[in-house]
Ligand binder design. Structure first.
Ligand code: CDP
Ligand code: CDP
Length: 205
């Protein structure tokens, strides 16, 4: 039986952290769909065409090297506006969502486009300043040469591009539950997510 949890929201809202913990808690599989766009974005930085890169994308590429850099995030959000690139990545995501045993997918358009029938939809948010601070701490912990100001500007620029594009823009699905993590610890945010998901789980699993 499949059970899909769709988790969307802007950069560094806590989607990945919540998704991983939810997957571990319930024994579901987890797909960070941002990695698909990041892998395609990385290819464009190497000089390849975005559509060719999306069509040729392999699961192995998602594991190779560090895709979570500021440069690749920006490249990802640029390829993500191209409808044909998005279309090339749909089947892989939907097949992942339907796997038996449950799946959590996090991204921007999971609840709206990829899995409109997901059993649970969360839209995770936090203020841009708090999100930028979280991302700044992550990037500087890895030794990246970034400033708070630059990370905040990057986050805002990417949010705007994601929300304003015409192909699968970032927005909460009508039936999504909003989870604002601005003032929540990871533990508190996770507790809320688990409560929302538990309420939707079938009694017999
Ligand atoms: O996946 P997404 O970009 O939405 O965010 P994330 O990678 O889950 O979280 C970004 C950073 O914020 C991580 O370093 C988390 O540990 C941190 N975080 C936090 O400090 N408080 C939360 N409530 C959620 C995440
Ligand atoms: O971790 P963070 O939230 O900063 O970014 P991400 O989830 O890795 O996504 C990187 C970029 O990929 C986003 O800014 C979007 O432009 C794009 N993306 C998308 O368009 N649709 C998705 N389902 C996931 C990511």
């Amino acid at each position: 039986m499949s059970f899909t949890v769709a988790i969307d929201g802007p950069a560094a809202a806590g989607k990945g952290t919540i998704s991983k913990a939810v997957a571990a808690h319930f024994g579901f599989a987890h797909l960070d769909t941002g990695l698909l766009y990041r892998a395609v974005g990385r290819r464009t930085l190497e000089g390849f065409g975005a559509l060719e890169a999306a069509q040729a994308l392999t699961a192995e590429e998602l594991e190779q090297g560090d895709l979570r850099t500021a440069e690749i995030a920006k490249a990802a959000s640029k390829v993500a506006v191209i409808p044909e690139v998005r279309a090339a990545l749909v089947d892989f995501q939907r097949a992942f969502a339907r796997r038996s045993g449950g799946a959590v997918l996090d991204g921007r358009d999971i609840g709206t486009v990829i899995c409109p029938n997901a059993e649970v939809k969360l839209f995770v948010t936090a203020s841009p300043e708090v999100r930028a601070e979280r991302r700044f701490l992550e990037l500087s912990a890895k030794g990246a040469d970034v400033t708070r100001e630059q990370v905040l500007a990057d986050v805002k620029e990417r949010d705007a591009r994601d929300a304003e594009r015409s192909a699968a823009p970032m927005k909460p699905a009508e039936d999504a539950v909003q989870l604002d993590t601005t003032d929540l610890s990871i533990e508190a945010a996770l507790a809320k997510a688990l409560e929302i998901i538990s309420a939707k789980l079938p009694a017999t699993r």
